[in-house]
Ligand binder design. Structure first.
Ligand code: 5GP
Ligand code: ZN
Length: 137
């Protein structure tokens, strides 16, 4: 993808602080980290989001995410958040699939997601819809 920032990072057209690379993926530090050490892992081939990724690449990304997450923990973090934003509504800004690996520290006071109290029947209703979608070929 010509205009994709992450494709440019892969081609070394934009500099980045790389921490891991193999045939399928590249991991580098986020330029605007939530906490220092915030890492992004991306497939070397351009895919827009998780749902576009071939199975074997998705599995490999999870394997390397676990490895890097553990290294981040061992390098001083108290905990690690792993997240993938899929779609504009989910906060995706760069449309080249990427996984965030975010070091967390006791007392870093980052905001937590607000929790909703579901209305009567709401959980059953959405569970039914998701189960129906899962059953589709
Ligand atoms: P998203 O909201 O799409 O999940 O996150 C995109 C992330 O990419 C953001 O955290 C942002 O700081 C990071 N980012 C955007 N442009 C660049 C860049 O040129 N270099 C690096 N290293 N990170 C970037
Ligand atoms: Zn790309």
């Amino acid at each position: 993808m010509e205009d994709c920032i992450f494709c440019k990072i892969i081609k070394n057209e934009i500099p980045s602080e790389k921490i891991y690379e193999d045939d399928l993926v590249l991991a580098f530090l986020d330029i605007k980290p939530v906490n220092i050490g915030h890492t992004l892992i991306i497939p070397k081939k351009h895919f827009e989001n998780l749902f576009e990724l071939p199975e074997e690449i998705a599995i490999h990304i999870m394997k390397i995410t676990k490895k890097i997450g553990l290294a981040i923990k061992k390098s001083g973090a108290d905990g690690v958040n792993i997240s993938i934003n899929n779609g504009k509504a989910a906060g995706q800004i760069i449309f080249h699939s990427h996984t965030h690996i975010i070091p967390r520290f006791i007392g870093d006071n980052l905001p937590v997601w607000p929790a909703k109290t579901p209305k009567e029947g709401q959980l059953k209703e959405i569970a039914k819809k998701i189960i129906e979608e899962l059953a589709r070929p």
